[in-house]
Design a protein around this ligand. Structure first.
Ligand SMILES: C[S@@+](CC[C@H](N)C(=O)[O-])C[C@H]1O[C@@H](n2cnc3c(N)ncnc32)[C@H](O)[C@@H]1O
Length: 217
């Protein structure tokens, strides 16, 4: 799923970058684009590290290598998965880029976040009326995740794989939940929608989002 605006921005760009998790890896964002247009994208490795110094150094090195392709370009497009403003590592990329060239501007094109996509694939409304809906990253640690989940009526737990075997106990400690649904690779090849207790088994898939509802639908 991609917005018409994003397609136009990519079409017009002088350079398209494809964020990948490692050298030689495929890009989920590029996969989506390729379903709609033929585009040649230059891969940029977004290192999966929480070490900001290491991450920024890796991004800086690649930006320097790509300099002949972006210097003087009217626009460069960096497609990301979901919404461009939510947990998008592209933000770090832009931050580093500005230190190299402070004149670089930013246009964020909104996209469809994983929780919206997952809800639509499952045919479920996310929240209604006065219900509190929270978006919680599994990387926040078990205590913070449990605290956030306890304070809402419905939630989207991003990056549940970060909790590993603890996923079940953390989610259940904030329950009871009337409905649980996990969407692995929503909208992509290999999509899996898992309902009920099985959804809390350890997810090995990074592109996985857990939806939780305290009240029935
Ligand atoms: C770095 S965040 C990017 C979030 C993205 N910007 C968004 O708005 O959905 C990566 C997390 O988003 C979620 N995600 C992204 N794409 C997904 C998909 N196709 N299926 C399920 N979860 C997805 C997963 O929780 C994954 O760990």
């Amino acid at each position: 799923m991609i917005t018409v605006k994003a397609l136009r921005v990519i079409e017009r760009a002088d350079l398209v970058l494809a964020p990948v998790a490692g050298p030689g890896r495929s890009s989920a964002a590029e996969l989506v684009i390729r379903a709609h247009m033929n585009v040649e994208a230059a891969p940029v490795v977004f290192p999966m590290t929480r070490d900001a110094v290491e991450r920024d150094a890796a991004l800086r090195g690649q930006l320097e290598e790509l300099r002949p392709r972006w210097e003087g370009a009217a626009s460069v497009a960096l497609p990301v998965i979901g919404d461009s403003a939510l947990y998008a590592t592209a933000a770090y990329f832009y931050g580093v880029w500005r230190t190299i060239d402070p004149s670089v501007g930013l246009e964020l094109v909104p996209g469809v976040s994983a929780h919206s996509l997952a809800a639509s694939r499952a045919g479920r409304f996310l929240a209604l009326g006065d219900e509190v809906f929270s978006v919680v990253p599994g990387t926040a640690g078990r205590e913070m995740v449990a605290l956030a989940l306890k304070s809402c009526d419905a939630a989207a737990l991003y990056k549940p794989s970060a909790l590993g075997e603890e996923l079940r106990s953390v989610v259940e400690s904030a329950g009871p939940w009337r409905e649980i649904l996990r969407a692995d690779r929503a909208g992509l090849p290999g999509e899996r929608l898992i309902k009920g207790p099985e959804a809390l088994s350890r997810p090995d898939e990074y592109l996985s989002t857990l939806l939780l509802w305290r009240r029935g639908r």
